[in-house]
Design a protein around this ligand. Structure first.
Ligand code: HEM
Length: 433
């Protein structure tokens, strides 16, 4: 039995917390963090070279310090495993040069770039996207309602967040499937520990993705048109006579948004399906009263956090609790752990869609880098759950199914949620076979 396969109680008996931390094992994660918060809430892991911070209050403080003179956002996207020579060759040949941009950028450049994107992603404007999102969700459900069995991740939700962000970014419908395919390996490449062969394969996909992002941006340089990227280009050109504008930055933003916009939301939906269907009373409550859905979405984001870890870099020695983290170190803020911290969320390991403070969760981060796609993601998740609970309230989880997660430090989502139902009892007669 490998360390990763053993339950955390067992592996922890004789080892120190810092040695048994395994951020690639999503199954033992929450048990491990319960123990870490009690015994050693801040620790250094020599294997990956990260400092790990597990308590809500400490994570909150680091998030608020980010962008000041003690903590930098830089390094948030560094590859967990540096590329092997063959993968590096693919990257160099493709001319991929990813700049720091927005998510891993500090003041003063961070705010104007963030604002340029925010103008297309704030709550009011996002509400106007709802009809398009509902139409897409309806189309996907139309395809499965009469079947009686489905994988809610692959058959239902998989394409939705990708298609939404692609549409907003102006990617033509004909290109969407191709672009999504290119992006497939991006998560493993950046946040997993892939083998050499996997790295090369993923790098080849990313090279095609990069080429596409370049063409997409280049086409908008002279003829901006609609879409988030066009808006971003325009705004940056206007800002201080274009001081911040560079095509390289635009390629980077294009690359990152396509990824940030779909992997996270797809994972969140899968995790929410699993959480609610495993707590049948809460699923039934949501089906009976759809006005509970926004609160249920927040509670699911807290309970099964889709971005469990995020990274920061110390610029000066940083005191967290009774530990001093030296300057120049990588700090892993364990958002998933903070979201189960009993000091903020009583009985944090339990799902409770009526939890009064679920909105305080850390799933979208905090402070000046708080997720820019939050409103869009919340809307998508709301519509996805509204339509599913309305048309298929009677779905049942296939018993004893295996819960598979990608081995990924920063993106945790269940890969399949298998369900069955009797289509002859679908509530809407038009949905019956
Ligand atoms: C449920 C789905 C999502 C989750 C859980 C999520 C989570 C996160 C987290 C944890 C961060 C880092 C926050 C920090 O550094 O404090 C982040 C940043 C970001 N996210 Fe999301 N995200 C989601 C959906 C989206 C979507 C749909 C988009 C795009 C439309 C998006 C775009 C961004 C951007 C641009 C940033 C960087 C913001 C900045 O650094 O100023 N995200 N997200």
């Amino acid at each position: 039995m490998t360390t990763a396969e053993r339950p955390v109680g067992e592996i922890g008996e004789n080892g120190s917390i810092c040695d048994i931390w395994d951020p690639l094992n999503p199954h033992t994660m929450y048990d491990f963090y319960t123990r870490a918060r009690a015994e050693q809430p801040v620790f250094h892991n020599p294997r990956l070279g990260f400092w790990v911070v597990t308590r809500y209050a400490d994570i909150d403080e680091i998030e608020n310090l980010t962008g000041g003179d003690t903590v930098s956002a830089n390094g948030a996207l560094n590859l967990i495993r540096p590329p092997c020579p063959a993968a590096l060759e693919v990257i160099v040949e493709a001319g991929i040069k990813v700049d720091n941009s927005i998510v891993d950028e500090d003041p003063p450049d961070h705010a104007p770039k963030r604002n340029a994107l925010r103008e297309r992603l704030h709550g009011k404007i996002v509400q106007t996207y709802e009809p398009q999102i509902r139409e897409l969700v309806t189309r996907k459900l139309d395809g499965i309602v009469a079947r009686g069995e489905a994988d809610l991740v692959r058959d239902y939700v998989h394409e939705i967040p990708a298609w939404v962000i692609f549409q907003l970014m102006g990617v033509p419908e004909a290109d969407m499937e191709m672009v999504r395919e290119y992006a497939k390996g991006n998560g493993k490449f950046g946040f997993g520990i892939p083998t050499d062969a996997e790295q090369v394969e993923d790098a080849q996909g990313i090279a095609k993705y990069w080429e596409y992002a370049k063409r997409h941006v280049d086409a908008r340089l002279d003829d901006p048109g609609e879409g988030i990227m066009s808006h971003y280009i325009q705004r940056l050109r206007e800002f201080e006579d274009g001081r911040l504008f560079s095509v390289q930055d635009c390629y980077t933003v294009m690359l990152q948004l396509l990824f940030a916009g779909h992997e996270t939301t797809t994972n969140s939906a899968g995790n929410a399906f699993r959480a609610l269907l495993e707590h049948r009373d809460q699923w039934d409550a949501v089906c009976a009263d759809p006005s509970l859905i926004p609160a249920a979405v927040d509670e699911c984001l807290r309970f099964a956090t889709p971005v469990p870890h995020w990274r920061r870099t110390t610029l000066k020695p940083l005191t967290v609790g009774d530990v001093v983290i030296p300057a120049g170190e990588t700090v892993m803020i364990a958002l998933a752990s903070g979201n189960h911290d009993e000091h903020v969320f009583p009985h944090g390991d339990q799902l409770d869609i009526h939890r009064a403070n679920a909105r305080k969760h850390l799933a979208f981060g905090r402070g000046r880098h708080r997720c820019l796609g939050e409103q869009l993601a919340l809307l998508e998740l709301k519509v996805i759950l509204e339509e599913l609970t309305r048309r298929l309230p009677h779905v049942q989880l296939v018993p004893d199914q295996e819960w598979i997660y990608n081995p990924n430090v920063s993106h945790r989502g269940v890969e399949h949620v298998l369900v069955t139902w009797d289509p002859s009892t679908n509530p809407d007669p038009a949905d019956r076979p």
